[in-house]
Design a protein around this ligand. Sequence first.
Ligand code: C2E
Ligand code: CA
Ligand code: CA
Ligand code: CA
Length: 279
Amino acid sequence: AKQSGRNAYRIYNAAMTTENHQRQALESDLRQALKEGQFFLHYQPKVNLVTGAIEGAEALVRWLHPVRGLVSPLQFIGLAEEIGLIVPLGAWIMRTACLQNAAWRRAGLKPVRIAVNVAARQFAEPGFVESVAAILHETGLPADGLEIELTEGTMMSEGEQMIDQLTKLRNLGILLAIDDFGTGYSSLAYLKRYPVSVLKIDQSFVRDLAANRDDQLIVTAIIGIAHNLQLQVVAEGVETLAQLDYLKAQGCDVYQGYYCSKPVMPAAFMAMLEDQKHR
Ligand code: C2E
Ligand code: CA
Ligand code: CA
Ligand code: CA
């Protein structure tokens, strides 16, 4: 009995170790990745639903792992938050997106706004607002060229101190967006209290929009509330003309999704902006 118990323990232990090893490997690879420049950004256009014009893009981080190939942010952003690497990684993302947009503006392209995702851990870091101000200064990007996307969870977490930080960012001239709206513990009260300008409807409500009556009602209600509070509404994950038509009919302002374009490399987004001159 002693013998088999020991074996069982060994097997259990081996499974744990494999999982731990994989995690540890990913963790050390992640730290290495920042030093070795394995990250880059894709840009996904945001399109005005009335005019059809591109108004901006969301910057989305990509990791090209030397062995695994492309790793999804869904697989490493959470881990980067846990180990605190999101702070330097997030700063790199912010600087890279601002530098890129400043270059596009200097090149005489139609001025657009680039939205950057900021994780809770990054936002909570002391000096976050100052670091963003320094990046704008350093890159020469006017504040109206930057938008910051925060999830409901991030916004709900800190209370008064959070409002203070958001207000500072808004006073710099940066636009603030609530990301993945409808998926967190939504309190409609904070929509009014927080100095946000944009509300992004989560793609889970958009996916079955053409056929699902409940999703239609929810989306219509969100657009109504947002507009009453003077917020711009962005729908994400738009893949079909039917979804687009419904959103347009309901007065949604902007959309993002494969129907227009997947997130693309900087040169490809720049080409889309160049095209805008002819329309
Ligand atoms: P998110 O901020 O909600 O970003 C939208 C996600 O939806 C992106 O996935 C985008 O590629 C995907 N998407 C866009 N249009 C469509 C569509 O029409 N259909 C479908 N099915 N998907 C669409 P991605 O790039 O894999 O990013 C996943 C999540 O990882 C993001 O969700 C965000 O939470 C996080 N993330 C990505 N980049 C960053 C970053 O630079 N910083 C931080 N903190 N988080 C990031
Ligand atoms: Ca986002
Ligand atoms: Ca989102
Ligand atoms: Ca999301």
